[in-house]
Design a protein around this ligand. Structure first.
Ligand SMILES: [Zn+2]
Ligand SMILES: [Zn+2]
Ligand SMILES: [Zn+2]
Length: 146
């Protein structure tokens, strides 16, 4: 469902391509994110990283990654921000994440549906879109099996 953009070897390379120093917290965040098929909120990420990183550092890592086009923010059903890995088309200050996001009402996870094609959007005359957010609410493939 989600196309994996990253593998282990790529983490350091990805940071370097974005003129970012390779640091343990940055690598840690990328590793955790690449292992999941859903987006992750900062508090959950903080728990997974444990003592490796403090809250301020983590906040800065996420902010930098968002600016660099490495991660994008997704808002879940409760209005909480989650982060997901960007498609390879994203670059600094230029996100191309106009894909559907799937909000599961049972596990509350948010998934990027990168491979779904978007419908053509025709706006009325005089309207100019700056960004598009597409979300689907329902039951994800993990929860529907139970
Ligand atoms: Zn992006
Ligand atoms: Zn679910
Ligand atoms: Zn997404």
């Amino acid at each position: 469902m989600t196309s994996r953009v990253l593998n282990d070897k790529d983490f350091a390379g990805l940071l370097q391509r974005n003129q970012l120093k390779v640091t343990a917290p940055r690598l840690g965040v990328l590793k955790i994110m690449a292992d999941r098929d859903s987006a992750i909120s900062q508090p959950v990420l903080e728990k997974l990283m444990g003592a490796e990183v403090d809250r301020v550092t983590l906040y800065r890592v996420l902010k930098t990654f968002e600016e660099k086009g490495i991660l994008h923010k997704v808002i879940d059903l409760n209005g909480t921000a989650h982060y997901a890995i960007c498609s390879s088309n994203c670059s600094e200050h230029n996100h191309q994440d106009e894909h559907f996001h799937f909000n599961c009402t049972q596990c509350k996870q948010v998934y990027c549906l990168n491979d779904m094609h978007l419908p053509a959007i025709h706006l009325p005359e005089g309207f100019e879109a700056a960004s598009v957010s597409l979300s689907i609410t329902g039951v994800c493939n993990h929860c529907s099996k139970e």
